[in-house]
Design a binder for this molecule. Sequence first.
Ligand SMILES: Nc1ncnc2c1ncn2[C@@H]1O[C@H](COP(=O)(O)OP(=O)(O)OP(=O)(O)O)[C@@H](O)[C@H]1O
Ligand SMILES: [Mg+2]
Length: 226
Amino acid sequence: MSLTVEKLHKKYKENQVIQNFDFQISPGEIVILLGSSGTGKTTFMRLINNLERADRGTIQIDGHYLCKDNGKKAVYENRHQQRIYQNSLGMVFQDYQLFPNFTVLENLLEASLAQKLDSKENLTERAMTLLSEMEIKEKATVYPSTLSGGQKQRVAIARALMLEPSVLCFDEPTSALDVDSANRVGSLIRQLSEDGKAILIVTHDRSFGQEYGTRIISSESFINQA
Ligand SMILES: Nc1ncnc2c1ncn2[C@@H]1O[C@H](COP(=O)(O)OP(=O)(O)OP(=O)(O)O)[C@@H](O)[C@H]1O
Ligand SMILES: [Mg+2]
């Protein structure tokens, strides 16, 4: 098991978006999260990425907790524990969120250098290997503004992989891509799952979900009455 979410609750004012929701994802799975607009898909992604606070529930990856429910509310771990959790989860945003003033290579190095995870030399070697796997090694020294959409996305994927996450999340990975580029990222995602990552994808693209997903869940299941 990688990511485990138990009895998650989240509401905005009177709007209960997620209620008593349980979710698990294992290495090798590609879970597709489908559902109508406004049903909480982005909210769920933000919760597991620690960009939003849960009201109730427990969230963990491989025994590293982000928060635990104490019977009354979700209690968040200390910053150090939260950091360990967050390093286990990579996120590729819909708009990629690359740093515009950093080169491609600097984008990859930023988080791991800031956390002093290894020497600069070793981290640079790892970054160049990832860029080469993503077939964008020759773009290492350019700035993100000079890249195509598909290239930016592959930089964002390489950056997410720098911290060796066990879970990788994608928000609408194909919305900005033509069919060929979408299939290219689909094959890449499949390869990552075969390498043992657990993949969670929010998409409105049903044919992509059916082609590449190993399991499809609906955001209508975020609300559980029980
Ligand atoms: N920061 C916020 N403050 C208040 N309400 C919010 C906030 N973020 C989301 N909501 C509400 O929570 C609900 C779920 O929103 P969310 O963005 O998670 O939906 P979604 O499933 O991602 O929709 P879409 O498919 O359109 O992207 C909506 O009713 C939305 O208005
Ligand atoms: Mg959304």
